[in-house]
Design a protein around this ligand. Structure first.
Ligand code: UDP
Length: 330
């Protein structure tokens, strides 16, 4: 199958591209490289350096390559940033997706996989959070993804576009060659590993007075390779209808557990201080992923925190400066 991947130079997108290529698919990456890395794009994928705000560039890409499906990763994805710059999210995230959809309809591309988010569930009534949970976006970021999901609902009805919306919880870990490289880095696991690499002095734990077993926030960390596999399974079953899935590994781990596990794996003391809570952090977010397990037979290969952090550590050690530096071998 020929697949166009927007944001295929980013963290999750690049790993999905790698897995698609390894499974024999033909991939075209469409990325403006504002947040992604050219080196993250698998060499067997075609690369188009262009922006989704440029409708004619999307039209050209779809007309030239005539993909059967699109996977859409290209978007701003930081909750905190979206509270400061709402228009980047309610504006660009939404209008870029609208451009993509309009172009897909014009070129008769009828399959799409959307990266959605756990930030749709700011006030869950039940934990783990399943697909029936009421939607309460926690920020303009979550709202932008909810708007995208709603657009897809209508395009399925009106144009027969088949989609899967995958609501990710906390993507983490790395493949052999691709991992997490954000500037600035704001995510817990890469920050902890930067301390272990000697690139930061210590890690700040955002609050230890939450209503959780050890007082620190609990999150559902899902390995990026397991996420990638879910995308590929979803893509291959789109013919049977549109679907929406919550995607996590179903287990929660606290900030303290993440740091403790990273200490064991790296052998570094990883000094940690408790600081004030970060605005907007719910105490616990754990996905109920029964639906995707049942319907697509999806099974995470890396459900344990240990394996998730080990793969991330291997990548950070071999890429101490992310994609910018060279690769360091043991
Ligand atoms: N966190 C932390 N210190 C940091 C970064 C994150 O204590 O330097 C916490 C954060 O409050 C949350 C968890 O780690 O409870 C995961 O945060 P991350 O930003 O990685 O992902 P998010 O849950 O926001 O998507």
């Amino acid at each position: 199958m020929k697949i166009l991947v927007t944001g295929g130079a980013g963290y999750i997108g690049s790993v999905v591209v790698e897995q698609l290529v390894q499974q024999g698919e033909s991939v075209i990456v469409f990325d403006n490289l504002s947040l992604g890395h050219r080196k993250a794009v698998h060499p067997s994928a075609e690369f188009i350096h262009a922006d989704l705000n440029d409708r004619s560039a999307i039209d050209q890409a779809l007309a030239t390559h005539q993909p059967e499906a699109v996977m859409h990763f290209a978007a701003y994805s930081l909750v905190g940033e979206s509270m400061k710059f709402p228009f980047q999210y309610l504006g660009e995230n939404v209008t870029n997706f609208l451009n993509l959809l309009q172009s897909m309809v014009a070129h008769d591309v009828k399959k799409l996989i959307l990266s959605s988010t756990a930030n749709l569930f700011d006030d869950p009534e039940r934990m783990p959070i399943d697909e029936d949970e009421r939607i309460v976006p926690g920020s303009p970021y979550g709202e932008s993804k909810f708007i995208c999901e709603r657009m897809l609902f209508w395009l399925d009805r009106i144009h027969g576009l088949k989609y899967a919306a995958l609501r990710y919880f906390n993507a983490a870990g790395a493949s052999e060659e691709r991992g997490e490289d954000h500037t600035p880095e704001l995510h817990l696991i890469p920050i902890v590993l930067q301390v272990a690499l000697g690139q930061r002095e210590r890690v700040s734990m955002f609050g230890d007075d939450y209503d959780t077993p050890d007082g620190t926030c609990v999150r559902d960390y899902i390995h990026v390779l397991d996420l990638a596999q879910a995308h590929i399974l979803a893509l291959r079953t789109l013919d049977s209808g549109s679907r929406t899935y919550n995607l996590g590994n179903g287990k929660g781990f606290s900030v303290k557990q993440v740091i403790e596990t990273a200490r064991e794996i790296t052998g570094h003391a990883i000094p940690a201080d408790v600081v004030a809570r970060r605005a907007g952090d719910p105490a616990t977010l754990v996905a109920g992923s029964e639906k995707i397990r049942r319907e697509l037979k999806w099974q995470p290969a890396y459900p344990e925190l240990q394996a998730i952090i080990e793969t991330a550590w291997r990548w950070h050690r071999s890429h101490p400066h992310g994609y910018a530096g060279g690769v360091t071998k043991d």
